[in-house]
Design a binder for this molecule. Sequence first.
Ligand SMILES: Nc1ncnc2c1ncn2[C@@H]1O[C@H](COP(=O)(O)OP(=O)(O)OP(=O)(O)O)[C@@H](O)[C@H]1O
Ligand SMILES: [Mg+2]
Length: 419
Amino acid sequence: MSEPIKVLIVDDIASTLDNLQKLLSFEPDIQVVATAVNGKEGVEQAKKVVPDIVLMDVNMPIMDGIQATEMLAQEAPGSPVIIMSVQGERDYLRRAMQSGAREFLIKPFSGDELIASIRRVYQLEQKKESFLAKSTGTTAAAPAAPADGQPSRRGEHGQVFFFYSGKGGVGKSLIAANLAVSMANETKGKVALVDLDLQFGDIGVLLNLDHSQGITDLIENIDHMDPDFIREIMVDGPYGIKVLLTPISPELADLVTVDHVRRIFSELRKMFDYIIVDSSAHLGEINLEVLDHADRVVVVTSLSIPAIKNTKLALKIFDSLSISPDRVVLLLNKSDAHSEFNKESVEANLRFPIAGQIPNDPKLVINSINRGNPFVTTHPESEISQRIRELVAKVLPPAPAAEPETAEKKPRKGLFARR
Ligand SMILES: Nc1ncnc2c1ncn2[C@@H]1O[C@H](COP(=O)(O)OP(=O)(O)OP(=O)(O)O)[C@@H](O)[C@H]1O
Ligand SMILES: [Mg+2]
């Protein structure tokens, strides 16, 4: 068996330390290697034992958990922090999350929640480290990588994540934008966000970007397109992501052809590690081209009959296009909205497993959209942000072995293909 996950627990209440230790002792893949009773001691212990995960209380004497988390982000970046707090401390916690805490558990939490959180943060850290080690030998402390003049660390194999839904308005733009930002922050890789909802794309608004140029500026110069020019046309978003926006007016969308898209993506794959693509529901040639070559197809659905019906149709089409189910990640958005359906009934209906659930949070979402600030940056401690981070971990390729370079793809069966 591989090495257990080494955990340091920092809490000033002896009985809590004791309970957490007992709880974790039942898990063969988790080992509590040290405990500490205040933030200062926590930082000292973390430097000494180099744990894989630090479980951190907030209110403690001498040094509180927030300050300790800030110090750990600087002094022990390889030991990610999970904060444990009571409900009323949310505002303090936002600061802690922004300064490096990775997850946030509200007391009282269940053993299952705690264990799932430890495994999730650990796995994401593993992926991040293997990714960084493979590339430049840098450490996990590297800042988010802006799309500078350097090629992507994955060489020509930037991964494409294509967001799709057979139904409009289910939340794919919102999730794609927040996932892109979160991915840049979590992996420190080079991230591009491409808005392929060419007529009415919302990414510019969702991220409050200056929309004075977009994909049509690229295609006007497609024969002279090089990485510098592409970077110039892309707009800077949060955490160093680069965004390729839609044409500045809907009628210009028709100028974009499949060939343009193919050429643009071929360049983007060389420049970026991760390319997140938002789309429209229309399964036209352009969407099919990207879909066909995407490493992951993230299908967003919700708890309504039209969304479920169209998701079913989309999955059927993917099947007839020989898109392997392994490449498809099904997401249920607004998963806790009141509905006669639930996750299980949707899975039974679609005969497809739901890989992730995003909760309904109208207040936070509407504020985030109206201000053009992604909620993963303004409210990293919220449930919805945590689920987005979880999604980052899910869609990234597995940590130790990179995906086979040339995963064999069956040719598209030609439902829509002109070739
Ligand atoms: N998890 C959520 N909680 C609360 N509201 C949400 C959530 N997800 C989406 N919404 C709401 O749904 C609206 C539609 O989201 P979004 O624009 O991302 O959908 P879309 O699938 O991209 O739609 P379109 O097909 O029109 O591009 C948002 O404006 C937001 O108000
Ligand atoms: Mg959209």
